[in-house]
Design a protein. Structure first.
Length: 461
């Protein structure tokens, strides 16, 4: 979370909205190529590795079969990269930046992040990520000094992927026999069917997450992409608090379900959804209240148009968190990815229609409206189609308490905000007032989750 809070404000001020917009426009296109080359492998492989992580022979076989399949698909993906560089004018004019950014496709394949997620090796992932980012920071400040350093910024962006995946490849080679392929690999093609099911899900999700930026780049301009990216990056940073749960839930629940420990799985899901309501609702309300100072501090004065965009996007945090847990924490471990896929396809269609209708009129704000409508549709569709597998209701008493507390907190903060003239004081005082009022209201409402949390803090102190 801290990493983009440092790097993005610096880069956004140096490269301005059009520079940041160009890089993210290209990255959105590359993400689609990566999506094709991955073929749903990251999520599928995480689940499959989690099932056999306690059986070394099976772990080696499954991992190498999936890696070999991924390498073949990656080679095909680079043919598409070459075609785009030669025949698409908006890419051809900055083809060098596009090629640099596209190298992340290869490094992602070789890094096998899914292997470590499936083994629930999150301590390693965290330490490795911190080391690479600590190295990246001084390089960014040294080599990206003005707007002409866009190529260097692109190189450094890819270097984060290089470092992470180089560490991964080395560590993985010490766990399984990467260089004894013929003795382990039997039928890599057998994973295609399972991966394709999740590919359909990943593709539909990618349509409404990345295609919005692609539409904005073609129907508007790079500067509008920059405004939208500035607002959405703030959402992504805060969403990292909650969406990390999806990353840890998929392997854990896949393992519990493989062991047929359904009671423990249901208990875990219930706690996680409760946590999402407790945290995501006040965060969404807080983003709406603090949109102006957040954008100015995080992105700079040149991103003023992104303030309205961020206000529109503020509720999306809650829906992203909830849909992530429902799909990655409930439906995928239970093998019901088809329900999540259908839901996302419906949402993607809505996203395309709204983007095409609103971008020419409202620019980046039209994309923000499309994002809200899309995420709401995903959650609603999954709850309706998966009602036999998802034990969830919006009308649970504890959820209603969080909504009431969040809205009351937002009202208090909006009322008090004009009394703080200085922006820096506002950024400190309003969040503090919001946290205290939110917790106080939940204590008055005798919320079990918050009371239990406070009790644990007191007992440990």
């Amino acid at each position: 979370m801290l990493f983009p809070l440092i790097t993005f404000p610096y880069a956004s001020r140096i490269l301005q909205a059009d520079g940041i917009g160009l890089v993210n426009f290209y990255n959105s296109i590359i993400s689609y190529i990566s999506l094709i080359t991955c073929l749903g492998i990251p999520l599928y492989a995480t689940r499959e590795v989690a099932k056999v992580k306690e059986e070394p022979e099976k772990l080696s076989q499954v991992s190498l079969e999936i890696l070999w399949l991924h390498i073949i698909l990656t080679c095909a993906g680079y043919l598409l990269v070459a075609i785009l560089c030669f025949f698409v004018p908006k890419i051809k004019e900055n083809y060098l930046i596009f090629l640099i950014l596209s190298s992340s496709i290869l490094f992602t394949t070789m890094g096998c992040e899914w292997f470590f997620r499936g083994r629930e090796d999150f301590k390693y992932i965290t330490i490795r990520g911190l080391i690479i980012r600590i190295i990246y920071l001084p390089l960014l400040f040294c080599f990206v000094r003005d707007k002409s350093d866009l190529i260097m910024y692109s190189i450094l962006t890819v270097l984060v992927s290089v470092g992470n995946n180089a560490f991964n490849f080395y560590r993985m080679s010490n766990i399984i026999p990467l260089f004894r392929i013929r003795h382990v690999i039997k039928r890599p093609h057998k994973h295609i069917k399972g991966a394709l099911k999740i590919f359909a899900l990943s593709a539909s999700i990618s349509i409404y997450t990345q295609l919005s930026i692609v539409f904005l780049g073609f129907l508007a301009s790079s500067i509008n992409v920059g405004y939208y990216v500035g607002a959405s990056r703030i959402i992504q940073v805060l969403a990292g608090l909650i969406t990390a749960l999806q990353t840890t839930l998929l392997p854990r629940l896949s393992n519990l379900i493989a062991k047929k420990d359904f009671s423990q799985a249901d208990s875990t899901i219930d706690k996680v959804i409760n946590f999402i309501f407790c945290l995501a609702i006040p965060l969404s309300c807080g983003i709406f209240v603090m949109a102006e100072p957040i954008v100015i501090l995080f992105c700079g004065d040149s991103y003023i148009p992104a303030i309205t965009t961020l206000k529109i996007l503020s509720p999306v945090l809650f829906f992203i968190a909830l849909s992530g847990v429902i799909s990655g924490g409930i439906l995928l471990p239970k093998g019901k990815e088809n329900i999540a896929t259908i839901s996302c396809i419906v949402a993607a269609c809505i996203n395309i229609i709204i983007n095409l209708a609103l971008i020419p009129i409202l620019l980046q704000n039209g994309t923000a409206i499309a994002s809200i409508a899309t995420e709401f549709t995903v959650v609603t569709a999954m709850l309706i189609l998966g009602k036999n597998y998802i034990n969830f209701s919006f009308f649970k008493i504890s959820y209603i308490k969080y909504i009431l507390a969040g809205l009351t907190m937002m009202g208090i903060c909006l009322y008090l905000k004009p009394y703080f003239a200085n922006m820096f004081i506002t950024c400190f005082a309003i969040p503090l007032i919001g946290c205290i009022s939110y917790l106080f209201i939940l204590i008055l409402l005798k919320d079990k989750f918050v009371l239990s949390f406070i009790k644990n803090l007191i007992s440990k102190s």
